[in-house]
Ligand binder design. Structure first.
Ligand SMILES: [Zn+2]
Length: 487
């Protein structure tokens, strides 16, 4: 299995350090607003990576943090006149709802920044003790000159690095006075006592954002993890700073593999909150199913940008319909998704449904070939674009299968591999929206009313009786008939 490592800028062979357990960390959300499709891409990609690693038989510890204290959260709280904790709690809940709606599996551990403040303070003390950080005016900064390899993840030279802004409270002039080097970054931000914060040896304040990931990785996963992931916008300064902090304190590499996914872009610009060109997951789920959005994301390799457009989403919808039709036929059966793979079921290698089916001898060979094709695609730096194309190939094989046993075999294979990629294959073709249900009831009641006007009481009574059998009570009132669910 080969994975592209952002650190070496090439594909490298991957095996976990102990051969069995993959310990990986993904930078999670800052919870101050609804998530957009750019965020969905990060978490769907990592959902597929962890599903695939489990399918390969590895044990996984998948850690994804929650940034629940941050300038953006504090600003939102000020705007809304509520406490930062309330903002964080509200949007963490909304984030979970989106993640579940997208059928992503929850991480094994989901630490929150605010749960690790004492550990972060200890981390800073350690860095000061080693001469790698210094206090200035109630803040603590990391001394980038103390990190000999600073900039190596993004291949940058320290002399050319710009100053990062600490926050809106300090002017550029004030920052210049406090920092020894423009690229030094805040580990601790001193704040006024009236603001959200914690007591520390350097006074009241709150931790810098970069520090939480280094601290949580240290305490939740331990030394030198197998993989660290996130969107490519986090490469600099966030991941560069994580490396500097951890290596500064521990003198050991933070992670063996650094894996970054590309953006979702609109008219060649990155979709982001600050540009205002975003579409929320919640909004998209009104018109597209989780499977359709997942197909939209996975049909592009994770390191290539995705162009967001209605046409591309519609194409994903059509593609999904093709797979559903291949699995359930023309819809004349009453499948209604009942046969779909339950969202949380994870087939593991060797236990795939289609492998248990008996068919003619040619299928035995087919089984190995099919599995090889799927594994080859994903072993090559998680090439989901190829894996998705493989699902469509299976759907074609269903169409041309020579007999029922062969067809059943390919249907099961399609379901198995779709589940590894996190597709539910729920057949929603016969699930009607609520509005349609009430329109249908209006139609039935108007036909019944017409039969009564014709004095055809046999028909009107029959309609009432049949509806009662379906659990619908019809009541005749002075204003005509109405209906309710009989419970
Ligand atoms: Zn991080």
């Amino acid at each position: 299995m080969h994975i592209y490592n952002s650190l070496s800028k090439q594909k490298e062979e991957f095996t976990p350090q102990d051969g069995k357990t993959v310990r990986f960390y993904v930078c999670g959300p800052t919870v101050y607003d609804f998530s957009h499709i750019g965020h969905a891409r990060v978490y769907v990609v990592w959902d597929v990576i962890q599903r695939y690693l489990r399918y390969k038989g590895y044990k996984i510890t998948y850690v994804r943090n929650v940034t629940d204290i941050d300038d953006k959260i504090i600003n939102k709280a000020k705007e809304e006149g509520i406490r930062p904790e309330q903002v964080a709690r509200k949007y963490l809940y909304e984030f979970w709802r989106d993640m579940e709606a997208l059928n992503t599996q929850p991480p094994d551990v989901e630490p929150r920044a605010t749960e690790f403040v004492p550990q972060m303070i200890e981390f800073i003390k350690g860095l000061i003790g080693k001469g790698k950080a210094y206090e200035a005016g109630g803040d603590v900064y990391f001394d980038v000159k103390s990190a000999s390899k600073y900039g190596r993840l993004t291949k940058q030279n320290l002399n050319e690095m710009e100053s990062g802004s600490r926050d809106q409270v300090l002017s550029q002039e004030e920052l210049k006075e406090r920092k020894r080097h423009p690229a030094d970054f805040a580990l601790w931000k001193g704040t006024d006592k009236s603001e959200s914060g914690w007591p520390s040896p350097w006074g009241h304040g709150r931790p810098g954002w970069h520090l939480e990931c280094s601290t949580m990785i240290k305490h939740v996963l331990g030394e030198t993890i197998d993989m660290h992931g996130g969107g490519e916008d986090l490469l600099f300064p966030h991941h560069e700073n994580e490396i500097a902090q951890t290596e500064g304190l521990e003198n050991k590499p933070l992670a063996r593999f650094w894996v970054h996914n590309s953006f979702v872009q609109v008219n060649s610009e990155k979709m982001s909150k600050s540009l205002g060109n975003f579409t929320t997951i919640r909004e998209l789920l009104k018109n597209y199913s989780a499977d359709e959005l997942r197909l939209f994301i996975l049909q592009t390799h994770y390191r290539n940008p995705i162009d967001f457009s209605v046409d591309a989403l519609q194409a994903a919808k059509t593609g999904m319909q093709r797979l559903i039709r291949a699995v359930y036929g023309d819809g004349s059966s009453s499948a209604n998704g009942r046969d779909a793979v339950p969202p949380q079921v994870m087939p593991s290698k060797g236990k795939l449904t289609h492998q248990l089916l008996k068919g003619d001898a040619s299928l035995e060979q087919e089984k190995t070939q099919i599995e090889n094709e799927f594994v080859e695609a994903l072993d090559d730096d998680f090439n989901t674009a190829k894996a998705v194309a493989f699902l469509f190939k299976l759907s074609d094989l269903i169409g041309t299968a020579k007999d029922k046993a062969n067809k059943e075999f390919f249907v099961q294979a399609l379901k198995d591999y779709a589940a590894v990629l996190g597709f539910t294959l729920l057949d929603t073709r016969k699930l009607l929206p609520k509005e349609t249900t009430s329109q249908l009831m209006d139609l039935i009641l108007s036909l019944r009313s017409e039969s009564k006007q014709r004095k055809d009481y046999a028909t009107s009574d029959l309609i009432r009786k049949r509806l009662a059998e379906c659990g619908v009570n019809v009541m005749d009132t002075a204003d005509g008939a109405t209906w309710e669910n009989s419970g």
